[in-house]
Design a binder for this molecule. Sequence first.
Ligand SMILES: *Cc1c(COP(=O)(O)O)cnc(C)c1O
Length: 467
Amino acid sequence: MNELFKQIPSVDILLKNQTVKDLLETYGREYVLATIRKGINEVRENIKAGTINMETSLEKEILNKTKAIINKDEKMNLRPVLNGTGTILHTNLGRATLSKKAIDAIVSVASESSNLELNLETGKRGSRYDHVVSLLQELTGCEDAIVVNNNAAAVLLILASISSEKESIVSRGELVEIGGSFRIPEVMALGGAILKEVGTTNKTHLKDYAENINKNTALLVKVHTSNFAIKGFTESVSTKELGELGKKYNIPIYYDLGSGALYDLKNYGIPNEPTVKILIEEGLDILSFSGDKLLGGPQAGIILGKKAFIEKMKKHQLLRAFRVDKLTLAALEATLREYLDMDKVAEVNPTLEKLTVSKETLQHKGELLCSFLENQLKDVTLTLIETEALVGGGSLPELLFPSYCVSLEFNNNSLGQKLLEALRKGNPSIMCRMHQDALLIDIRALEKDKFTKISESIIKEWETLLK
Ligand SMILES: *Cc1c(COP(=O)(O)O)cnc(C)c1O
């Protein structure tokens, strides 16, 4: 071992190597020297552990390790992942992917100065929200609108500006927790609202709201139970009935919609999700929803409502803390513009495209991916199977969509799990799942133009595993 330690070349000798000279050219002296030292340390550790590769020279070993460290350093921590889970709006995978125009809008506003808060007509200071308000008015019929960082921020801003130190009435069946630690009762408390729970977990009637209205009632709140379903003996009050009650007592109704659809999805297996436009027509005073769920845009909290309420929110101190940045606004404006053409939007908005794709098209896509892998994976049985996929993202509980999966079955079961891990850690990363010893790659959330990349990656990782 001591003999090997003595053979480790010095940094000065390594610096004379052509590979290192090339690295110095690209990465600069300081970084390369630090990385070479890390490479040397790794080689020392290997010698100590008796795991050093004796087939190559120590110099070569150090250089290989140095290059590997540089490669790893160069890879972004936050990077694209190919979504073979079938879940279209996967919160852990960043929810909605953006349309081409939305991406272009981000790039162009990021590359140059913009009129973010400047009215180009008057030359005076403008509002960043103005860029999307008229679009939201046109698409939903709302009086006014404002956009914040996400829907959680929207809920908090609405409660803080409308119901602070006043009572907000909510059904016990709608006191939900949404992912992480976002709990409606706690958010209400944070907003300074006094929570008035009414009804029971499974049943809340209109009279439960009516009987609890008093002088200090500021808001009737309805929350979309996005991520669970209460089944059986249940009853909740419709937005329409609630709207009528609110009018009678002159108390505004706020609906935390969660997903919020601008596109009518009832013919695509999502029957109970009325469009935002219909809800506004029903007379709701304030609505909020996420930008990156069913809308298929960037992360944002979109608030629509009567002018007087939106004005209050604009004046609230929290708005500054929750405000959206220009990149979000650029992507949101582009996303909303595409909704102006309802006949085309489902072709260009990736979320809608994945939700509305026909079963036949999915099958064709599945067959295409299979054809890329056919005869390329030794000892793997490749089939295309019909499955069911979730929409996800805390949207639409229980709704399962028909989908197709490319299924890989292995002679040796442990290899399936190993391949799953290798694909996750690979470049590109591919997320898929195991089901009864088969590795399933769901087609629904995958882009067709990534199939070459996906199949090359699967083939490469599989060959590595077989070695
Ligand atoms: C998803 C959801 C939220 C949180 O929205 P984010 O945009 O993730 O902050 C709040 N309320 C409901 C009902 C939701 O479904």
